[in-house]
Write a protein that binds this ligand. Sequence first.
Ligand SMILES: [Zn+2]
Length: 82
Amino acid sequence: MSFFPENTEDRQCSRCGTYLDRYDTALMVHARIGYGSIHDTDILHLILCPECLDEFIEECVIDPIIPEEEYVGDSGSEVDFR
Ligand SMILES: [Zn+2]
C-alpha cells in the first residue's frame, strides 16, 4: 500500500515547494515519528526533490547513505521509491 497517490500533479517537495513528477522525486517517506521529538507520534509525510535531498544529506554529521551495492537488507516498508 502506498500513501502517495499515483497522480503526481499535486506532488511538491516538502522543503522547497517545487512541483515534482515521478522522475524528479528523489525521496518519499511516510512514517510515525518516535518519542522525544516535539512531533512525537505524529505522522511524517515527507517528499524531497533531488536538490533538497542532496542538501539534507550534506548537512548530516554521520553519512546516512549506504551505497546500493553494499546494502543487504530489504528496502523497508516505510519508504516509497518512485
Ligand atoms: Zn526541494
